[in-house]
Every structure is written in C-alpha cells, then in structure tokens.
Design a protein around this ligand. Structure first.
Ligand SMILES: Cc1cc2nc3c(=O)[nH]c(=O)nc-3n(C[C@H](O)[C@H](O)[C@H](O)COP(=O)(O)O)c2cc1C
Ligand SMILES: [Fe+2]
Ligand SMILES: [Fe+2]
Length: 396
C-alpha cells in the first residue's frame, strides 16, 4: 500500500512514520514516533530527494513506485549520508539501476564506507552554489556542515522557493494526518518534540546552525521541507525564530528547570520546597526527576528556560548517576547564557555539588551561584532559610 502527501503541484512527500521505534539514534526515546521525509519531484526528469530509514523502507518503495507510474527514476539527491535517510540507498540502486546520485564528494566518500555499489559511475558531483536542473525545477546546493553531519548540503529549489533543509528544522514526532505545520496545533503537539530534537541532536553546533541560518536568510523561501517532522509553508518565522534562539543559546522564556535525583526522597523534598518558592516569585518552574526522565528531556528544558537548579545526592564519592548523565549531556550541548544553582546531598561526605560545578565550569556566559546548598541527609530547621537564599540568588 502507498500513502503519499501532496506538497505542491509536482512535489510529493513519499516518506513514512515509525511509531514503534524505541530509541532514535539508539538513544533518544521516540514516544511520539518519528517521520522520515522523502520527496518526489515529478519533472522532465524524476527525482527523489533523500530516502528513508530501513525501518520504513517498505512504505517508501511502494510510494515511489506509485509516483513513478512506470517511469524510470533518474536522480536521487542525497543531502547527507546519515543512515536514517540514506540506509535505503543500496536497495534503491538495485531496484532502479539507472539512477544517478546527486551529492557532494564528502557524501560519495561516506557512501563508499557504507555501501558496496559503484558510486563513482553514478555520482553527479555538486559543490556549494552549484545548480542542478530536473527540467522546470532548478536546485542550488548550500553547505550546512555539522547540521548535523559534516557533509550536509541543503537543496534550494528556486522555481518553487522551497528549501529542502536536510535535518535542520526537523522534529521528533510522527506525521499524523497533515504534514503541514499550519494544519496542526504546533505549539501543543510538536514544539516540545521539535525542541528536544534540535537541542539534543544539533544543540552542540549552534555556531554552524547560525551560519546555515545566515545563508538561508539570503534566500527567498516560501516553504521549508525538512527530513523529519512537519513541512512549513506559513509562519516560517515561527520555526526560524526558534532555531535562531536555540542556536544562539538564548532561552525561550524566563523560568527555572529543576533537574533532580533522589534515592530516599530527601533531595526530592528539597526540590519541591525550592520549586514552591520559585513559583511564589511568579516564575514558571518544572521539576524533572532524572531517575525516571530521559536526559534528552532535561537538555530540552535547560534550553527552554534561562535558569537551572541541579539537585543531586552523592553516591560512592560521585554525582548520583542519573544526575551525572544529565549534567554531562547539558555540558556537552554547549549550553550558554544561563544562571545555575546547585544543591548537593550526602550522609557522610557530600561531593556532588563540587563535581557538578566542575562539569559546568566551561559553559560560556553562565553564572553558577556561588553558594552550593549542602544537605546532610535531610533538610532540618534551616530548610526555609536555605531554600529562600537559593531562590533569591537564582530569581532576583
Ligand atoms: C550507593 C550509595 C552510595 C552513596 N555514597 C555516598 C557518598 O559517597 N558520600 C555521601 O556523603 N553519601 C553517600 N550516599 C548517601 C546519600 O548520598 C545520602 O543518604 C543522601 O542524603 C541521599 O539523598 P536522598 O534522600 O535524596 O536520596 C550513598 C548512598 C548510596 C545509596
Ligand atoms: Fe542527520
Ligand atoms: Fe535525520
């Protein structure tokens, strides 16, 4: 069975959604599913823009066959080699032996590493700003290195003013019905997953995303077609503004992410007291218990809000493991421009605070409140005073 979605008169989405994937890239829970977008251009020449992950290749090939209606497939544009979009390339070449692969030299080199088919004889090499015509559509290629593989090249269709943006502007979340962002409740149903996708997968490469955005700003874009998630044909500013903020490490809003771990419940109680006082100050606050949350949720929340409170017990002379993973994930995403406070806990020799501080010491333009609150097992009569001092240090 096929299931295609019309994007324009002669461009059609031929991708598919995976709603059973436990972990995207082997690590990110994909509870809302994930879509792998592939686009078919019905022109004098037939063109596929990127293929899909192996898990949805069945639907993809049905869709492609349906769109070709017996015509040969002339070209496949490969914006990058990452297997979530290119794993199906080998089978595509077997099914459509005449297909030429439009990509850059770096991608050719990677294709050789992943596949055995002869790429040299079928590669149509493109460099930045080169143009490729399929008849009425003319594509210009734009390098977007590290967004998020080194060889990424976006394709701009100057005929329809469409930016095929590779993974940029993508999102977790399956396509349920409409593929257009303006036809769904984006803020309610997709924004959190778009942020979790961006901050975790591309978050580290803010500078490179800024470069890509700069290049995009010189183009007249009426539609953005990414490789995951929704297609943008209205209110493009919405997603462009989000990407601009996220890649400049600027918070979306004032608020506090309370990222905590607890074994026996005392650090958890401290987090509750602190969050209550933050709320009284009128700031949005959200507690994530990292024993049951995935670190990618914490990364996402840390990008959303401008303040973070870390609350962690000490275990075996180190940071409690779920918290250690969380702190490492945030530090490795290069987060900047934040205010941070730390609460540690330990019964005989608390060190988690010192260790967290060290791990975050490299974050640019980030203030870590000087006094770590150090709890010996549980908060006592001084609970209110300690919590008040931390809350005023982080909120005022
Ligand atoms: C496996 C394990 C190792 C621990 N190692 C340390 C430690 O090295 N230093 C310390 O001060 N406390 C250590 N503790 C004690 C806890 O950090 C301490 O009881 C803390 O108050 C727990 O906070 P909670 O009630 O939020 O779980 C350890 C506890 C466990 C379960
Ligand atoms: Fe990718
Ligand atoms: Fe991808």
């Amino acid at each position: 069975m096929y299931c295609v979605k019309k994007i324009t008169e002669d461009i059609t989405w031929i991708g598919s959604s995976d709603r059973k994937l436990p972990f995207f890239e082997g690590v990110y829970p994909a509870r809302e599913g994930v879509s792998y977008n592939s686009y078919f251009v019905d022109d004098s020449k037939t063109v596929v823009i990127d293929t899909v992950d192996k898990s949805v290749s069945g639907m993809f090939f049905e869709n492609l066959k349906y769109m070709l209606k017996g015509r040969p497939l002339d070209y496949v544009i490969v914006t990058h080699m990452e297997p979530d979009h290119s794993a199906t390339l080998g089978e595509l070449v077997l099914r459509y032996p005449e297909v030429k692969v439009v990509c850059n030299q770096k991608t050719v080199n990677m294709i050789k590493q992943f596949f055995d088919f002869d790429i040299e004889e079928r590669a149509v090499l493109m460099n930045e700003n080169d143009k490729f015509s399929s008849g009425s559509h003319e594509f210009t290629f734009i390098n977007a290195p590290m967004v998020h593989w080194p060889e990424v090249m976006m394709a701009y269709d100057s005929t329809d003013k469409i930016l095929f943006s590779a993974d940029a502007f993508g999102s977790f979340g399956a396509i349920d019905g409409s593929i257009f962002a303006d036809s769904v409740d984006y803020e309610k149903d997709y924004l959190d997953e778009a942020r979790r996708y961006y901050t975790n997968i591309v978050g580290k490469y803010g500078a490179q995303v800024q470069m890509a955005l700069k290049k995009a700003s010189s183009l007249d874009i009426s539609m953005i077609c990414p490789l995951h998630g929704l297609v943008w044909r209205k209110d493009l500013d919405k997603i462009l503004t989000s990407y601009d903020k996220w890649s400049r490490y600027e918070a979306e809003e004032k608020g506090v992410a309370v990222l905590m771990g607890s074994i026996y419940g005392n650090s958890s109680a401290a987090a509750d007291i602190i969050a209550g006082k933050i709320a009284e100050k009128g700031l949005p606050v959200k507690i994530l218990d990292m024993s049951v949350r995935h670190f990618s949720e914490a990364v996402s929340l840390a990008f959303k809000y401008d303040r973070i409170v870390f609350v962690s017990p000490t275990t075996d002379g180190e940071i409690f493991e779920p918290m250690a993973e969380t702190v490492k994930a945030i530090a490795s995403r290069n987060l900047q421009n934040r205010k941070i406070a730390i609460v540690e806990n330990g019964t005989w020799a608390p060190v988690s605070g010192k260790n967290i501080r060290e791990m975050l010491s490299g974050l640019k333009n980030t203030e870590i409140v000087e006094n770590t609150i150090s709890i010996r097992s549980s908060l006592k009569e001084d609970a209110e005073t300690l919590a008040d001092s931390l809350v005023s240090a982080i909120c005022d």
